[in-house]
Structures are given as structure tokens and as C-alpha cells.
Ligand binder design. Structure first.
Ligand SMILES: Nc1nc2c(c(=O)[nH]1)N[C@H]1C(S)=C(S)[C@@H](COP(=O)(O)O)O[C@H]1N2
Ligand SMILES: [Mo]
Length: 499
């Protein structure tokens, strides 16, 4: 017990930890937040093997913070991995008095195996070896008193100094790494006519939008478009080398490259995405103009007639939807008139109008036609988010006016469309019609609603609800997001002050 403790706080262990930290920091400094950062492949493994209960509980308890907790955990695992590895390397290196060399080799090899980036792996190996050299100072020819790791006192000072150096290095790496992280791409679409069509729809949405402080426009800015994925680091896929495999139960297997896809008949339309995991009045719902190839093109070319379609992505994500739903989808390469940005699936994703966000597979690599309904990534973890989205009217704008309060937000009901939004100021006793933006000309985009309440100062129990094109009122019964999306009417107590 005593000796175990000594080993853990011994020079070799502390050195390993410090070197493990700088290995990960150095890797970040060299690669930025990309696949060449040693963190990324570890994250993929963590995402894959973390049990659903843990993911769901974290999301439930911590909400959006869950993402950061996941990152902190993954970072810890990555550092631990390098620490253990360096510990072993030091033990081996001790025997031939070549600890620095052994640590360098081990860290480089591990980083290379993780990232396949030989040069950038030096970013991990060099600082790790430097830390080992700093604490062991082979040039001074000094060895710790005994090999179990007790140190002479002057060594403690050195290790403290090294520790401070490590903290400084980690800070500098953080800054360097953020510079190395690539900016999102903003390239206009290539084909002139698709470009024009997309621009027209963007302009249409701008023309029809209400100006609602606190709510997005009728079209969400690409930078503010919500982002949900299992990939802590978004895959970076070169469009030129990207290829879509179409296989399974088909007459003709296909492989379609980026240029071929862009050369096919395209369509441009609005579509709203909403994440099944969002809170009732959450903000994981956004609207964009998407350009892509109708999925029916691919179905026809492949001669597929299966019941199900399974979509596979570069990050290991996958999802299966019925053929008739797939046939309403677009294989998308453009967003708001620009190439699909990296965070939203560059170069190609699927957009499935009217269905929960998760079936809109990003970084698409393979379409598999099958007669089997395979559970998707989130279904394996207990969610039921492949169906049609449920209706919601968001209360995102509450703005004091001279005469009372301006209420507003977006309303969305997928396929069924929104025909009205009603607002109550008395907890649902009486209802008033909100104004709605004109319908968008294509697709299943949301609508904005606004209601200017000219009321006396006081407290109001505001409730809003959407009505679909069939006259059906939004589900009233409140439920959590898990497993199949939050339901209920959004409500809030709104205080109108003296103007
Ligand atoms: N490859 C891949 N596609 C994915 C996901 C993912 O984790 N990986 N997340 C899904 C989920 S849960 C949602 S809500 C939407 C979000 O799309 P966005 O990030 O473009 O808003 O992408 C879906 N497509
Ligand atoms: Mo989602």
C-alpha cells in the first residue's frame, strides 16, 4: 500500500503526468481542433462506447453543458492514455538511461497511430520528451536515490518548476491551437442556376420576415444555426476525394463523387430542422435554404425497391428511415446559397423534410438499401426520434413596448404546416390570434408569429400554441424531450412594466 502510494506520487509518475499533459497540449497547438488532434479519435471511441443511460442522464441533468462535460471527460481520458504510456516508456528507458528517447518514441508512435499525421504528431512528442529531459536532466548525470522513485529534495524544486512550465505551455498551446482551427468555409455554389435559385429563396425569406428581437430571422444565419452531433470534432472531408457509396439490395451499386452529384438535376427548398432532444422552448430549431439532389434520383439509378434505407456517416453515425420517407428527401450540398459548411455536414448531408433532426444525416458516406429496420445511433440509446416532428410555437420574443408588450417567435409543424398561432395572456382562458409571416414558397419552413398586446402594466400568464393546416391544435400534454420530443404549450410569466 505504502509503496503503491509512493509509486503514484513518485518522480516517474509525476513526470509521466506532466509529460502526458504537454503531449495533449502540444498536439492541440500543432493541429487545432481537427482530426489530427489526438483528442479526436479518443472522442470517437468515447462517443461510441459510452452507455446510453450515461449520455441521456448527462444531457438531462446538464443540458447543453453536457457537451462540455463530455469534452472534459474525453480530455481526461486522452491525458491518462498518454500518461500511462509515458510511464511505461520511462520504465523501459530507465534501463538504458534513455528515458527522453523512449518517451519521445512512445508518444510519437501513439499520436501517429491515433491521427495518422506523422509531422503533427511531433507536436505531442517533442514537448513530452522535453518534460522528461527537464525532470531527469541526463546531462547532469544524476539519478534518483533509488529506482522506486524517491527523489532528492532539489529534484522536487525542479519538478515544481517543470510543473509551472507545463501550465504555461498548456495555456500557450490553447491559444496556438485556436489559431490552427480552420475557419468555416464560405464558398458560393458552383452552378449558376442553383446559385440564383438559392439567392432568390434567401431574398424571399428576408422579405417576408418579421423583425422580432430575440428570435432568429425567417432564415437562420449559418453561424447561428444550431449544431448537434456526436462528433466532438466535426469531420473535415475534402469534397474532391469524397465519394458516396450506394449499395445493399440494389440492381446497380453506385459510387457518386462530388462533381457528379452537383451535375445531377437539383432542387432548392426551405426546410426547418428541429432536434428531438431540445427543451420545449429550446433553440435547437432552425431554418435554411437547402440545395441538393432529390433522393428519388439515387433510388432510380440504383434500381432499389426496399422497405428501408440506412444512411451512414463519416463519424460513425447512422440512421434508418422508411423508403417512402427517404423518397421525400434531398441529398444536400448547399446551404443558404453556399457550400454546406463543415459543422452542418460538408460536403454532403441528407435533409428529410418534416422529420426530427437526427435523420438528417451529416457527412454522408453511404446509402444502404435494406429490408431490415436497423436502430439508429440514438435509437440504440433509447430515443425515438426518427418520426415526424411534433408541432411547436416558440415564445422567443418578449419585448416591452410603449403600449404593453410584443410577443413573438417561430412556429413549426413539419409536414402538416402551421395555419395559426394563438396567444393567451390569462393562462389559457381566452385566446387571441397572432399575426403570421406569409408562407414560404417551398418546403416545410417554419413561420414567424407576432402578437402586440396593448395591456396595462402587470404580470401575465402567457401561453402560446400552434394550429396545423388540418385545424389540429398542438398537443397540450407536457412531456420531456426523452424519448420522442418535448410536447406541451410554451408558457411564461411576462411582466409588463410602467412605460
Ligand atoms: N453524421 C451525423 N449526422 C447527424 C448527427 C450526428 O451526430 N452525426 N446528428 C443529428 C442530429 S441529432 C441533429 S438534431 C441534426 C442537427 O443538424 P445540424 O447540426 O446541422 O443543425 O443532425 C443530425 N445528423
Ligand atoms: Mo437531434
Amino acid at each position: 500500500m505504502r509503496s503503491a502510494l509512493r509509486a503514484l506520487t513518485g518522480k516517474q509518475a509525476v513526470t509521466s503526468l506532466l509529460a502526458g499533459i504537454v503531449a495533449v497540449a502540444g498536439s492541440y497547438a500543432a493541429a487545432g481542433f481537427t482530426e489530427e488532434f489526438t483528442f479526436t479519435p479518443v472522442s470517437a471511441v468515447v462517443v461510441h462506447y459510452t452507455p446510453g443511460v450515461i449520455i441521456n442522464t448527462t444531457l438531462d441533468v446538464f443540458g447543453d453543458l453536457g457537451q462540455y462535460i463530455n469534452m472534459a471527460f474525453t480530455l481526461t481520458v486522452t491525458v491518462a492514455l498518454f500518461t500511462v504510456l509515458i510511464g511505461i516508456a520511462l520504465e523501459i528507458g530507465r534501463r538504458f538511461n534513455g528515458r527522453g528517447v523512449a518517451a519521445f518514441g512512445a508518444v510519437w508512435l501513439a499520436a501517429f497511430l491515433l491521427t495518422r499525421a506523422p509531422l503533427l504528431s511531433l507536436g505531442a512528442a517533442v514537448p513530452a520528451a522535453a518534460v522528461v529531459a527537464m525532470t531527469y536532466r541526463p546531462w547532469q548525470g544524476r539519478e534518483p536515490a533509488d529506482s522506486t522513485g524517491r527523489w532528492p529534495d532539489e529534484d522536487r524544486r525542479e519538478i515544481l518548476g517543470t510543473g509551472l512550465g507545463v501550465v504555461g505551455f498548456a495555456g500557450a498551446s490553447y491559444v496556438a491551437g485556436s489559431y490552427r482551427t480552420p475557419e468555416p468555409d464560405t464558398t458560393q455554389l458552383v452552378e449558376e442556376d442553383t446559385q440564383t435559385e438559392a439567392d432568390q429563396l434567401v431574398a424571399e425569406a428576408e422579405g417576408k420576415a418579421f423583425d422580432l428581437p430575440g428570435s432568429p430571422d425567417l432564415l437562420s444565419d449559418v453561424e447561428n444555426f444550431y449544431n448537434v452531433d456526436i462528433a466532438t470534432v466535426a469531420p473535415r472531408i475534402d469534397a474532391e476525394s469524397w465519394e458516396l457509396t450506394v449499395d445493399g439490395e440494389v440492381d446497380q451499386e453506385l459510387s457518386i463523387d462530388y462533381q457528379q452529384l452537383q451535375g445531377m438535376e437539383s432542387e432548392t427548398q426551405y426546410s426547418t430542422l428541429r432536434c428531438v432532444g431540445e427543451d420545449l422552448n429550446g433553440a435547437k430549431m432552425d431554418n435554411a435554404v437547402w440545395t441538393g439532389v432529390p433522393a428519388t434520383e439515387v433510388v432510380e439509378q440504383a434500381g432499389a425497391a426496399t422497405e428501408w434505407v440506412r444512411m451512414h456517416a463519416d463519424d460513425g453515425f447512422h440512421n434508418t428511415i422508411p423508403m417512402e420517407v427517404f423518397e421525400q428527401s434531398l441529398i444536400v450540398y448547399g446551404m443558404n446559397g453556399f457550400e454546406l459548411p463543415r459543422d452542418h455536414g460538408h460536403p454532403v448531408r441528407v435533409i428529410v423534410p418534416g422529420h426530427w433532426g437526427e435523420v438528417n444525416v451529416k457527412w454522408l458516406t453511404r446509402i444502404e438499401f435494406t429490408d431490415e429496420d436497423v436502430e439508429g445511433y440514438w435509437e440504440e440509446r433509447g430515443w425515438e426520434g426518427t418520426g415526424e416532428v411534433s408541432a411547436v410555437a416558440k415564445l422567443w420574443t418578449t419585448e416591452q413596448t410603449r403600449d404593453g408588450v410584443l410577443l413573438g417567435g417561430q412556429a413549426y409543424d413539419g409536414h402538416d404546416g402551421v395555419s395559426a398561432v394563438e396567444v393567451s395572456l390569462d393562462g389559457g382562458e381566452t385566446w387571441n390570434d397572432a399575426e403570421l409571416t406569409e408562407r414560404l414558397s417551398t418546403g416545410d419552413g417554419w413561420r414567424q408569429w407576432r402578437y402586440e398586446a396593448d395591456v396595462e402594466p402587470g404580470e401575465y400568464d402567457v401561453v402560446v400554441r400552434a394550429i396545423d393546416d388540418n385545424g389540429e391544435v398542438q398537443e397540450r400534454e407536457p412531456s420531456d424531450a426523452f424519448p420522442d420530443g418535448a410536447t406541451g404549450w410554451v408558457s411564461d410569466t411576462v411582466t409588463v412594466a410602467e412605460a
